[in-house]
Design a binder for this molecule. Structure first.
Ligand code: AMP
Length: 281
């Protein structure tokens, strides 16, 4: 596995990889952007990228511009050596591991998230978050120019906005959504789970329970969004709830669940940690 930190060096290297191959035309590149502290969720993205592409690039970059002042940038878990091993063992071809100075200067062109879809849900309580996400993903896609880029459905709003960006800015990478990986008790894997105390972790199970409950209601043909949200909020109990929403795949509110076109999303605070999860129905 080749490790590169300089964006221009990576561009040159990828050009060389294409020129040196016996393939007619370019090799397909699968790209998995991450912020590190890798877990099985990230590994499932890498596996899918390996299945579908000839070359796999993973980036590890803790992007400062998507954190608001006072958020957890400084305490975000860092496991550089373990992450490198995980990438190597997962068959990653190139690990892109830039420093902040490799990615940003102090006077930058930036992208703005759409005024509606970028400022609801997570964007409501973290107003500039998605500007930072879109800007860094744009930079990364321009550096790697992948055939396909892989994003988790767990971060459904992020996935939706990145898909919109690629479509509206006529970019040529295909965005591939990947299912959420969970612990056996239902908790969605997240690098931020490392912040949870044993008691927090127990409390956090209410999130996946509430989503299971929603899907059980739908199975019983209870499709009314208000009813579903009420039951879910009951299950979430005294956790601080940022939102529980029943939306269609374009992120518009639904009065009733439409099978095949619905995402139910939850974000709560457990202890000091914000956790989000969702279910696609
Ligand atoms: P992060 O390092 O948290 O920025 O995540 C990098 C990518 O992994 C994003 O596309 C996430 O949506 C995805 N991801 C994070 N957690 C999971 C999970 N439990 N299952 C599947 N994908 C995930």
């Amino acid at each position: 596995m080749k490790i590169i930190s300089c964006p221009l060096e990576l561009k040159e290297y990828l050009k060389g990889e294409n020129n040196s191959t016996s393939f007619q035309g370019n090799r397909t590149i699968g790209f998995v952007p991450t912020m590190g502290a890798l877990h099985q969720g990230h590994i499932s993205l890498i596996k899918k990228a390996k299945e579908q592409n000839e070359l796999v690039v993973v980036s590890i970059f803790l992007n400062p511009t998507q954190f608001l002042k006072g958020e957890d940038l400084d305490k975000y878990p860092k496991r550089d050596e373990a992450d490198k091993q995980i990438c190597k063992l997962s068959g990653v071809d190139i690990l892109f591991f830039p420093h902040v100075a490799d990615m940003y200067t102090n006077d930058e062109v930036t992208l703005c998230a759409p005024k509606v879809r970028g400022y609801v849900l997570e964007g409501n309580s973290r107003p500039s978050h998605f500007n930072g996400v879109l800007t860094v993903v744009m930079k990364l896609l321009n550096i790697v120019t992948p055939t396909r880029a892989y994003f988790g459905k767990k971060d459904a709003q992020q996935l939706n906005l990145i898909s919109l960006m690629v479509k509206q800015l006529f970019m040529s990478t295909q965005i591939i959504p990947v299912d959420t990986v969970r612990e056996s008790d239902g908790l969605a894997l997240s690098s931020r789970n490392a912040y949870l105390s044993p008691n927090d972790r127990e409390e956090a199970l209410k999130i996946s329970s509430s989503l299971r409950q929603a899907s059980a209601m739908v199975v019983k043909n209870i499709l009314d969004s208000k009813e579903i949200i009420k039951e879910m909020r009951n299950t979430l109990g005294d956790l601080e709830v940022f939102y529980v929403e029943v939306l269609n795949r374009d992120f518009e509110q639904l009065s009733h669940v439409e099978i095949g076109n619905t995402i139910i999303l939850v974000e709560v605070r457990v202890g000091t940690t914000r956790l989000l999860d969702n279910i696609w129905l």
